[in-house]
Design a protein around this ligand. Structure first.
Ligand code: UDP
Ligand code: MG
Length: 148
């Protein structure tokens, strides 16, 4: 089953959106497989966003991500990478549809509340980086009521 890496960024934590965001993924029917609440250091944030290191906003992005604790998660389910990105909404909250997390809770691109892996390949890399200890092995007892 497909997995994705989801992170509630420091602004989402400070603004008390952790429960709301977890609830959206839970109520959709996805399964929580990993969860931790941590503050990461600069080197770690630079590794997570390594693909964006040449971008003009990279330093500001790293400062933002290390500015406070984040909620790091692994969610599992059919098409969870693509569907997770839809639940999150467009990168720039000015373009995110109402009903998406960024559309409902964010205004500026550099304070857009949440991260989600952009492909299955990135998800694998990000899960390995954030959860080197591994994730929970379990299967939800409502599985048969979500999948046909
Ligand atoms: N970002 C920014 N300015 C930009 C583009 C991106 O501050 O012009 C930040 C924003 O917080 C975004 C993150 O960098 O979520 C990573 O950018 P990416 O293009 O990977 O967007 P995402 O995958 O998060 O939608
Ligand atoms: Mg991205």
């Amino acid at each position: 089953m497909e997995q994705t890496f989801i992170m509630i960024k420091p602004d989402g934590v400070q603004r008390g959106l952790v429960g709301e965001i977890i609830g959206r993924f839970e109520k959709k029917g996805f399964t929580l497989k990993g969860l931790k609440f941590i503050t990461v250091d600069r080197h770690f944030a630079e590794q997570h966003y390594a693909d964006l290191s040449a971008k003009p906003f990279f330093n500001g992005l790293v400062e933002y991500i290390i500015s406070g604790p984040v909620t790091a998660m692994v969610w599992e389910g059919k098409n969870v990478v693509t569907t997770g990105r839809k639940i999150i909404g467009a990168t720039n909250p000015a373009d995110s549809a109402p009903g998406t997390i960024r559309g409902d809770y964010a205004i500026d691109i550099g304070r857009n509340v949440i991260h989600g892996s952009d492909s299955v390949e990135s998800a694998k890399k990000e899960i390995a980086l954030w959860f080197p200890e591994g994730i929970a092995e379990w299967r939800s007892s409502v599985h048969q009521w979500i999948y046909e």
